[in-house]
Design a protein around this ligand. Structure first.
Ligand SMILES: NC(=O)c1ccc[n+]([C@@H]2O[C@H](COP(=O)([O-])OP(=O)(O)OC[C@H]3O[C@@H](n4cnc5c(N)ncnc54)[C@H](OP(=O)(O)O)[C@@H]3O)[C@@H](O)[C@H]2O)c1
Length: 323
């Protein structure tokens, strides 16, 4: 099968497609024909050995996909060849086929195509579990989303709206803010040009929950605007700075800073994930969420796609079409 295999840690530009043997599924596993696989910021970390999880070399990157089951291993129940699935993992999907634990797949929502399915699990799982389970976002609250034109950002805008919040989207360009508006954001702030804190104070006075995949300055603005008993979800550090938290500000605002890494729920509390995906499928079928795929590339162009993400050129999600 054709696959991008990492023999030694590298940069996006070094990714190449090669032919490698496919494998049969073992107990509890399914073999998946990958139709489309989305590109994620964390792919750049895993291929350069900077990710928190370090797979043994050689490995195939790619964390999420839309595909169909071709074969099931012993002990697998509830899945059959031909089933259309959404798959998520830490690596393994930049290939024509992937063998994955059956538990790391779920049935595609009705009406979804493979490309959207590839862009669904990580961003939306992160947004749903983060906002609903970790931050306890309630209808009527004000949600601030930083990096709102990115993959997890757009998902947080949509899930926030579906949970009944007023959503303030912040991003660095008009194109990214336009996309956030198209996906339901109520208020838009361009943090390359505007005084974020002053705009938020004039719009809503403050915010109850912050979803922050950017970090650095974005986190500091968030802390200045957080309401009494507000919650700030630390989702990522796309800006490259792991900010320190001034504990005195947290104290005087009675605020809560919430660390959040979605991938651990799969192992430590799978029921949280299962609930989120069932609710997300319902939201998709009700038209409340819609994965924002803005660009597609063939598998051969994985490096180019990843570079666009790292250079902040991409809005929404980029997907590789594999078949
Ligand atoms: N905690 C979790 O469970 C979890 C799950 C998924 C992802 N993440 C993390 O969340 C972050 C965002 O992921 P994503 O998939 O949404 O990525 P993405 O689509 O690339 O979006 C990231 C956004 O961050 C902003 N940004 C600010 N400074 C940047 C810089 N120097 N380089 C790149 N982007 C910069 C960009 O928006 P502007 O140009 O508008 O500033 C960009 O749109 C990543 O750090 C990722 O690892 C965490």
């Amino acid at each position: 099968m054709r696959a991008i295999q990492i023999q030694r840690h590298c940069k996006p530009e070094d990714l190449v497609v090669s032919d490698i043997p496919a494998r049969r599924p073992g107990p509890g596993e399914v073999r998946i024909r990958v139709h489309a696989a989305a590109v994620n910021f964390a792919d750049s970390l895993i291929i350069s050995d900077q990710y928190q999880h370090k797979p043994q070399l050689p490995f195939i990157p790619g964390m999420e996909a839309g595909g169909e089951v071709i074969e099931t291993g012993p002990d697998v129940e509830g899945l059959r060849p031909g089933d259309r699935i959404v798959g998520y993992s830490r690596y393994g999907y930049f290939a024509e086929e992937a063998v994955m634990p059956a538990a790391h797949t779920f049935a595609m929502p009705r009406g979804m195509d493979f490309v959207k399915a590839a862009a669904f699990p990580i961003s939306y799982g992160t947004a749903h579990v983060g906002l609903q389970y970790r931050a306890g976002l309630k209808a009527g609250e004000v949600l601030l989303v930083t990096g709102a034109g990115g993959g997890v950002g757009i998902a947080a805008v949509e899930v926030g709206k579906a949970l009944g919040a007023t959503v303030i989207a912040t991003a660095s360009s008009t194109a990214k803010l336009d996309l956030a508006a198209k996906h339901g954001a109520d208020h838009l702030i361009n943090y390359a040009r505007e005084d974020v804190v002053a705009r938020i104070k004039s719009l809503t006075g403050g915010v109850d929950v912050v979803f922050d995949p950017v970090g650095g300055d974005a986190f500091r603005w968030a802390l200045k605007c957080i309401n009494f008993e507000g919650r700030i979800l630390v989702v990522g550090f796309a800006a490259g700075e792991r900010q320190l938290v001034p504990a005195n500000h947290v104290l005087v605002k009675n605020a809560t800073i919430i660390g959040f890494s979605w991938s651990f729920y799969r192992e430590k509390k799978p029921s949280v994930d299962q609930y989120a995906f069932a609710d997300l499928c319902r939201m998709y079928e009700a038209g409340q969420v819609n994965p924002p795929v803005t660009e597609t590339y063939p598998l051969e162009d994985a490096g180019k796609a990843l570079r666009r993400l790292l250079d902040r050129e991409a809005a929404g999600k980029i997907v590789l079409t594999v078949r």
